[in-house]
Design a binder for this molecule. Structure first.
Ligand code: DTR
Ligand code: ZN
Ligand code: ZN
Length: 481
């Protein structure tokens, strides 16, 4: 979530309307007024990072700690499981992922490095956070917070698949930070002089959700820090230099190697001054993080506001530094619905088991599989869903599905059984036993209001106690172009 848009907005090109639904969150019936497209933006607007998604990663780290002796210390099962969790998400998103074994670490364990495979290989901006914790507790603020902020940013970058990347973006989740910045030092030492020369900046995120936190930026007046500072300045925060963290986190080995560094932090055991409490809120005289290196560093020990502002600032920096202006309105389009004709198993669809079927009792429109919702003749609810990421900048976003409805209801006036089609929680259309016919009918909706967002498409069939209605769906497509 963010307060307001910084920099240029994405030019919204409105395509030919088919059935128009309002922009999300769509609650009004009339389509929005359309104005001439604004001037081309210099830089594509950064996406808003959903803090709930960042928090969901923190919940996973907490669960991992709880089921592995209460911590995620380097070399422990909790750290290994944390690496596996982050790695799995990144691989699924399309990253080039490497585990690097740190042989000089106190606890032999792995760094995790992920690179988005676009942009010039010789110009890299790097974002890192340590994924290990101390053995005293689950390490959710220190440093699940930085780890989760980077993971969610990495996933959003991948989902958006920007058409142009002006820099390569590389993420790192360091090990053995708590024993002396060992994982990051090992990595820096493993680079050749040429590879180090490719690194245009390293950004560090260690403890970005402190509950009595401040807003600290490493090397705040440097040009490297400028995008991070610009974002917080835009929120009216008055950030300060990260004095407490100097030389104490993974930016230090990069700095020592002559690589420009910056980063965000919300603070550790040092105490908030009265001046800071006056401008940022919180408790003067108390530690920024009262649970620093303690058992109480759980999911309760994170400020959602700090987490959110860091997550959005990272996105702002990534977009400023590495996502090209490209051609305004550049569309990384294509057909977005996976397994659109239901012929290849169920993935990526979810919902009621058995809905996707090759039963010969109802015809498929193409192939032999379709999604048959309803048809039970008894009180029931069945669903079918898929989460879609709509790239920004396309001219049209037609969602089409083919629907065949047959019913045993005899009424011509009363709705007994219905199918609701929703996207992003808003209802696109509703059908019922009254819409029955003998063939498939194409239904098309303009879902341009969701450009640049990840939303779930859901079909829900509800039947009453008797007389079946079958809602059979096939060939669901969303062709962004
Ligand atoms: N690297 C931190 C130590 C730390 C101490 N003060 C700060 C301030 C801001 C960020 C980090 C730190 C640790 O992991 O314990
Ligand atoms: Zn830390
Ligand atoms: Zn620590």
């Amino acid at each position: 979530m963010r307060g307001r848009t910084l920099g240029a907005a994405v030019a919204l090109v409105v395509g030919a309307a088919i059935t128009t639904i309002p922009a999300a969150p769509p609650t009004v019936a009339s389509p929005p007024a359309r104005t001439a497209a604004p001037a081309p933006p210099a830089v594509l607007a950064a996406p808003d990072i959903a803090v709930a998604n960042v928090q969901a990663h923190l919940t996973q780290f907490q669960t991992i700690a709880t089921s592995n002796g209460g911590h995620r210390r380097a070399g422990s099962a909790g750290h290994t499981a944390s690496v596996a969790y982050v790695k799995g998400k990144l691989q699924a998103a399309g990253y080039t992922v490497t585990e690097q074994t740190c042989t000089s670490c106190v606890y032999r364990s792995n760094n995790l490095i992920a690179e988005w495979p676009a942009g010039p290989t010789d110009q890299v901006v790097m974002f890192g956070a340590h994924l290990d914790g101390v053995s005293a507790g689950p390490g959710i603020n220190d440093n699940g917070s930085g780890s989760a902020v980077l993971l969610e940013n990495a996933l959003v970058l991948a989902a958006q698949r920007p058409a142009t990347m002006t820099k390569r973006v590389r993420f790192a989740w360091w090990t053995d930070e708590e024993q002396g910045l060992n994982g990051s030092e090992f990595y820096v030492n493993s680079l050749s002089a040429t590879q180090r020369g490719y690194l245009k900046g390293y950004y560090n995120f260690d403890m970005v959700g402190s509950t009595n936190g401040g807003y600290f930026i490493n090397r705040i007046t440097s040009t490297t820090a400028a995008p991070l500072k610009a974002y917080w300045d835009s929120l009216g925060i008055q950030p300060e230099e990260n004095v407490e963290g100097q030389g104490r986190s993974d930016d230090y080995p990069f700095q020592q190697a002559g690589i420009p560094t910056s980063g965000y932090a919300a603070g550790a055991s040092a105490r908030k001054s009265s001046t800071q409490a006056a401008k940022w809120g919180g408790t003067a005289g108390s530690s920024y993080d009262p649970c620093y290196h303690r058992a109480c560093d759980t999911t309760s020990n994170v400020s959602a506001t700090h987490l959110d502002r860091s997550a959005d600032g990272v996105a702002y920096a990534i977009w400023q530094l590495a996502v090209g202006s490209g051609t305004p309105g550049t569309c990384a389009g294509g057909q977005l619905v996976g397994n659109s004709s239901f012929e290849t198993g169920t993935t990526p669809w979810t919902g009621t088991t058995g809905v996707i079927t090759s039963s010969t009792s109802r015809p498929a429109r193409t192939g032999s599989y379709k999604a048959w919702l309803g048809g039970n003749g008894g009180t029931s609810t069945e669903t079918l869903s898929q989460t879609l990421t709509l790239p920004a900048g396309c001219a049209s976003y037609p969602l089409t599905f083919h629907l065949r409805i047959d019913t045993a209801e005899t009424t011509s006036t009363r709705v007994y059984d219905r199918l609701t089609v929703q996207i992003g929680g808003a209802t696109l259309a509703t059908y019922s036993n009254l819409n029955a016919g003998s063939s498939y009918v194409a239904r098309t909706f303009d879902v341009a209001g969701y450009a640049g967002q990840t939303v779930t498409l859901t079909f829900t069939a509800t039947e009453d106690a008797s007389l079946q209605t079958s809602f059979v769906v096939d060939d669901v497509t969303l062709q962004a172009s």
